[in-house]
Design a protein around this ligand. Structure first.
Ligand SMILES: NC(=O)c1ccc[n+]([C@@H]2O[C@H](COP(=O)([O-])OP(=O)(O)OC[C@H]3O[C@@H](n4cnc5c(N)ncnc54)[C@H](OP(=O)(O)O)[C@@H]3O)[C@@H](O)[C@H]2O)c1
Ligand SMILES: *[C@@H]1O[C@H](CO)[C@@H](O)[C@H](O)[C@H]1NC(C)=O
Length: 290
């Protein structure tokens, strides 16, 4: 009985400590911050831009399609962004990635959040049959340009004690048949940014790294590419973007969305990978893929 009482008071104490010390998210934390969101002409990146805009940030969006970016900028302004602008850049081109960071410096005067979200290269969902062009272009667009942007923005982020938000995927944590080159780029991001986070910490450099591990999200691209080929349900891109922004601003190391479907998978993969792969095998409608 006494042991139980001690246990209960200990738990209550821990909960109180947790809620007391936990900083809560507020829009004030975002107002006036300078944010660059890549791949923001559509999909999750577009929604991330709107989240920052709503809370009064200075938003810079970028992608390749100018018309879409102009529309996104207009919507950011109407939602209440402190300012909104776009820069055209193709992330196949690492010089363009470097120039993009310089544009942020010259147009925003610095940067508080670098949100790396774009994905391209090769977005097919199908068997890997040795297409090396797909491997190299995916690596360039989804990984090398991220590293290049990070390098080019690091001085600004150090000055502002800013945050890097990296949009990754469950495919960066577990094997992903029919998206071999894509999964390779996401695993590369996980290695790069988790190592960088730890190193920045040891070197006492005050820049935080948040990695978002996403499941299946209902963007036009994802629905088109994997619709009818997997059995999973897509989660809403708007909520996804909210969770990413909140996690980034709160400087969390990780955002997992949707949380409950994904977390057990992440826990299983180290303990019982065979069981996990056996379970996941059922989510591929192979007859619709081959
Ligand atoms: N949707 C999902 O189910 C899902 C799941 C897990 C992870 N994710 C991750 O979430 C992120 C966003 O995905 P999404 O579904 O929102 O994708 P999306 O709707 O296809 O948007 C991709 C964005 O990247 C831009 N982009 C593509 N290639 C580019 C290039 N070469 N240079 C510059 N910009 C380029 C696109 O604009 P332009 O074509 O105009 O350049 C677009 O703005 C990606 O990192 C993806 O891996 C998505
Ligand atoms: C790459 O981007 C740079 C800077 O924007 C540009 O000068 C160069 O022409 C681009 N290269 C290619 C191959 O498009």
């Amino acid at each position: 009985m006494a042991a139980l009482r001690i246990l209960v008071s200990l738990l209550v104490g821990l909960c109180a400590y947790y809620f007391y010390t936990r900083e809560t998210f507020s829009e004030e934390m975002v107002r006036g911050k300078r944010v660059l969101v890549t791949g923001s002409s559509m999909g999750i990146g577009e929604q991330i831009a709107y989240e920052f805009a709503r809370m009064g940030a200075h938003v810079m969006v970028t992608a390749r399609s100018e018309k879409r970016l102009q529309e996104v900028v207009q919507k950011c302004l109407s939602l209440g962004s402190a300012s909104a602008r776009y820069v055209l850049a193709d992330m196949h081109n690492l010089t363009a990635a470097q120039k993009l960071a310089e544009e942020a410096r010259s147009q925003l005067g610095g940067l508080d959040y670098l949100v790396l979200n774009h994905a391209g290269g090769d977005v097919r969902f199908g068997p890997f049959e040795g297409d090396m062009e797909s491997v190299t272009s995916s690596m360039t667009v989804n990984f090398l340009s991220y590293a290049q942007l990070t390098v080019a923005a690091m001085d600004m982020l150090r000055e502002s004690q800013g945050g890097i938000v990296v949009v990754s995927s469950l495919s960066g944590r577990i094997p992903s048949p029919f998206s071999v080159p894509y999964a390779a780029t996401k695993f590369a991001l996980e290695g790069f940014y988790s190592s960088l986070r730890a190193e920045l910490h040891l070197r006492k450099i005050p820049v935080d790294v948040t990695v978002a591990v996403l499941g299946y999200i209902n963007t036009d691209t994802a629905l088109k590419v994997v619709g009818g080929k997997i059995t999973m349900q897509a989660s809403p891109k708007e909520t996804c973007a909210q969770e990413i922004v909140k996690g980034g601003v709160m400087r969390r190391r990780e955002v997992v969305y949707p949380y409950w479907p994904l977390k057990p998978i992440l826990l299983l993969k180290d303990w019982v990978p065979e069981l996990l792969e056996w379970l996941l095998r059922r989510s591929y409608l192979v007859e619709n893929i081959l």
